[in-house]
Design a protein around this ligand. Structure first.
Ligand code: ASP
Length: 439
């Protein structure tokens, strides 16, 4: 099924882009015209705007998100199972898996290093005076303590590894934060299918094939609603955007956004050219819907079916490879998140007046890579884990309040390289297998 429907005037990707622009313009305009200064309650017209955004627009946006999330569990299971079972040999699973993990680790580390370079260069934390910090913290203290509470529930590293193996796979699938458990089960079951006689596994393979195809069909319907869903999501985010906070932490915002944009436009583009032989123009033409979906949903998981479809339909990646790489990538490979974590931790350390040694920088790199792997691919999924990294380097996690006011936009932006890196990984692996990509 095609993502574009050229017969009816505008193509779907163009309509989605239009929804994004219109939603953003409407939200920003209302915010600029009516939002009160930092610390003041919403009254008059702005109270009406907030009530409309929260009461009408957000539920509509959430509905679109839920429709996308709805197909994630069956898609993760069926695509991974079929992907592994279709590899044909456990040795091939090992080499494909090894290369995939290598890609995840290397690209994520490069992204954090870029973030650290930028934050040490621009020193955005030095631009925030103690008064400004106190003002922002007062406004976002409640939200910060809620997120810190979530981080206390987040378990330590050993437990995180133990949790990869689910005691109850149904419970793991039901818990957004534990998709890794479902992934593990699908991988093991797929590996077992490689070894089992073909006639025994055929019914399950056929079932998964049918389930996967139907989910893709449902996704096609859901994506028809994307122009409206995207408009609602972006309107809600921008109408409630703390523009005052944005001004106060503008250097942080510029560093994080600048880093993410450079990583996407230079880093990912170069990787696509170097490892998959795809020219930039072709790459971005094929990725339009993927990028807008990731940006507006802020969620690698919600974008997963679109990521798979982009790889297979737009670039010709075989189903087994896309089905293997993408569910893993949506959960484990978050280049943008790691870059953002590096920038944010050092920014907060600068504001808190904590000087980090070279060893602590190395710790931040390691922790950012690990927490990016552990973060759930949902909006704000990395924030509770960021609180853990802060504690490790001696920055009070309450400083999270400083970035929460502008995090939605940063989250939307970091989700884009999170998913495009998965896409390039699958392109690379397909090319290595000798597949002629649609370049
Ligand atoms: N929103 C990101 C994603 O889903 C995760 C995060 O950085 O919070 O990829």
């Amino acid at each position: 099924m095609e993502l574009a429907s050229p017969s009816k005037g505008l193509s779907l990707p163009t309509k989605i882009l239009l929804g994004l622009v219109l939603g953003a313009v409407a939200g920003v305009t209302l915010n600029v015209l009516y939002a009160p200064p930092l610390g003041q309650p919403a009254t008059g017209t702005y109270a009406g705007v907030v009530a409309f955004a929260d009461g009408v627009v957000k539920p509509l946006g959430d509905l679109f998100l839920s429709l996308l999330f709805m197909v994630v569990v069956p898609v993760v299971f069926s695509s991974l199972f079929l992907g592994v079972a279709g590899l044909g040999s456990v040795g091939k699973l090992g080499s494909l898996g090894g290369r995939t993990l290598l890609w995840f680790l290397v690209t994520t580390s490069v992204a954090v290093l870029l973030g650290l370079l930028l934050v040490n260069w621009f020193e955005p934390g030095r631009a925030v005076t103690p008064e400004v910090a106190a003002q922002i913290k007062a406004q976002y203290a409640g939200d910060a303590s809620k997120r810190i509470g979530q981080s206390q529930q987040a378990t330590g590293w050993v437990q995180m590894l133990v949790d990869i193996v689910p005691r109850n796979v149904v419970a793991a699938a039901a818990d957004n934060g534990k998709v890794l458990g479902l992934i593990f089960f699908a991988l093991v079951l797929g590996a077992a299918a490689i070894r089992a006689p073909r006639e025994k596994t055929k019914p399950l393979c056929d079932l998964c094939e049918a389930l996967y195809d139907l989910c893709v069909r449902v996704l096609g319907w859901v994506m028809q609603l994307a122009p409206y869903g995207v408009a609602c999501l972006i309107f809600h985010a921008t109408a409630k955007l703390g523009l005052d906070v944005l001004k106060l932490v503008s250097l942080y915002f510029a560093t994080a956004m600048g880093g993410l944009i450079v990583y996407q436009m230079v880093g990912i583009t170069l990787l696509a050219k170097a490892f998959a032989g795809i020219a930039p123009g072709r790459f971005y033409r094929g990725c339009r819907t993927l990028i807008v979906t990731a940006f507006s949903t802020s969620s690698s998981n919600a974008t997963l079916p679109t990521t798979i479809r982009t790889a297979t339909d737009e670039f010709g990646v075989p189903k087994e490879i896309a089905g293997f790489v993408m569910p893993l990538g949506a959960t484990m490979n978050m280049n943008g998140t790691a870059l953002f974590e590096g920038v944010s931790v050092l920014f907060m350390a600068q504001v808190a007046g904590v000087d980090l040694s070279l060893g602590q920088h190395a710790l931040v790199v390691g922790m950012a890579v690990l927490t990016a792997i552990g973060a759930a691919g949902v909006p704000g999924g990395s924030i509770p884990l960021l609180a853990i990294v802060l504690t490790q380097v001696g920055v009070p996690p309450e400083f999270l309040a400083l970035i929460l006011g502008v995090d939605r936009l940063v989250d939307m932006t970091r989700t884009v390289p999170n998913v495009t890196s998965d896409l390039v990984c699958s392109l690379w692996l397909a090319r290595r297998e000798g597949v002629a990509l649609k370049a």
